[in-house]
Write a protein that binds this ligand. Sequence first.
Ligand code: PLP
Length: 400
Amino acid sequence: MKIIYLDHHATTPVDPRVLEAMLPYFTEHFGNAASRSHSYGSVAEEAVEKARTQVADLLSATARDVIFTSGATESINLALRGISNFYRERGNHIITCQTEHRAVLYTCQALENNGFRVTYLPVDEWGRITLDHLEAAVSKETILISIMFGNHEIGTLQDVEAIGRIAKSSGVFFHCDATQAVGCEAIDVERLGVDILSLSAHKIYGPKGTGALYVRRKNPRVRLSPILSGGGQERGHRSGTLNVPGIVGLGQACEILKTSRKTEHGQISKLRDRLKEILEQHLDGLQFNGHPEKRLAGNLSVSFADVEGHSLLPKLADTIAVSAGASCTSAIPEPSYILKAIGGAGAMAQATIRIGIGRFNSKKEIEIAGQRIVAAVRELRTAKSPQSVDCSDPASDVRH
Ligand SMILES: Cc1ncc(COP(=O)(O)O)c(C=O)c1O
C-alpha cells in the first residue's frame, strides 16, 4: 500500500498543472532570460515576467517588487543580511522571536557575530509573541523586525497585521517569513504592513529550488545589499542565471492558489478537525500544541503521554509519513526548541508528532491515518518497552 503522505510542512508534491506549465522551459524554451539578443532569451524573459506578476498577484503586490531566489532560506538570508548591511549606519538592532525557522535564527546569529544585537522575543503557551514585548523591545537602534507568519511545527499564526502596525509606527522594516502560510492564508502586503516577505515554491505544490522575496519599493522603499556578486540579474539584488522552469512553476503554483486557496483552506481544515476528533475519541493523554484557532489549516502537532520519545515514528513509518516534534541530537530525544519555547519541555513534549495535511489528501486517508496512530499509541502504551532510536545521525535534527 502507498504510504499516506502527511508531511506537507516539509515539502509538497508538484501539482500536475505546475509540472505541465514548467516542462516546455526545460526543452524547447530553454533560453537564458538575460539573453536579450535573440528570441530564445525573450521567450524565457516573458515567462519569468509572467511568473513575477503571478507571484505579486497572490500577495497583492506589484510585479516589480518580486525577486526570484533559490528558496525561502536564500530569501530570508537576503532579507536579513541585505537590510542589516545596507542600513548598518542607521542602527544595529534586530528583533525576532524564539520560534522562528532556523534560516532566520542562524542568520541572526551570524549577524550577531558581525556586530549586530538581536532580541529573541519569547512566545506564550500558544506560540504567539506578545505585542507589548515587541513594542518594548523597539529602540532607536532597531532597523528590522523579523517575525514569521505561520509556524512550521506547531502551526501557530502570529498577528501579522498588528506587528506591521507597530513596525510602521516605529519606522522599522518588517520582514515576514511566510513560507508555510502563503499556501493557506490570504496575504495582502499593504493591509498587513509587511515590507519584505519570503516564500518558497516547494511548500505550495511548486518545484524545489525556487523561491521569491517580496521587497517593498515605496512607502517605505526597502534597499538591500546583495549577498551574491555576479551578473546583476534581478536588478542587482540576486545575481545568477534565472531558473526559468522553476520560476514558471512558482508562478503557476501561485496562480492556482489565488483561485483555490479559500476552498482548499476549508477542505483541509475539515480533514484536520476530523483527524483530531478520531484521536480524541479513542485516546486519552493527548496534548495539541499551538494556537487552537489561529493556526495553519493543515497542521496538527500532537503530544502523547506515556509514549517514549521517538518510538512512535518507526511504528507509523510503513503506513503514514509524518514528522517528529523532537530533535534527536543526543541519546535522549529532546523536545524541539519550539516545544521548549511554548513550555512543553516535559515528558509530553517528547512523544510529539507533526502532521501536515495537504491538497491531495482524501477523507479516507485521514480515517486510515487516525486509526493507525491510535493503534500504534495503544500498542506502545501496553508494551511500555520503547524501541531504540539511532540518535547518532545529525540529519535527524533537520527541521523544515
Ligand atoms: C517557516 C519556514 N521558513 C523557511 C523555510 C526554508 O525553506 P526552503 O526549504 O525553501 O529554503 C522553511 C522550510 O524548511 C520553513 O518551514
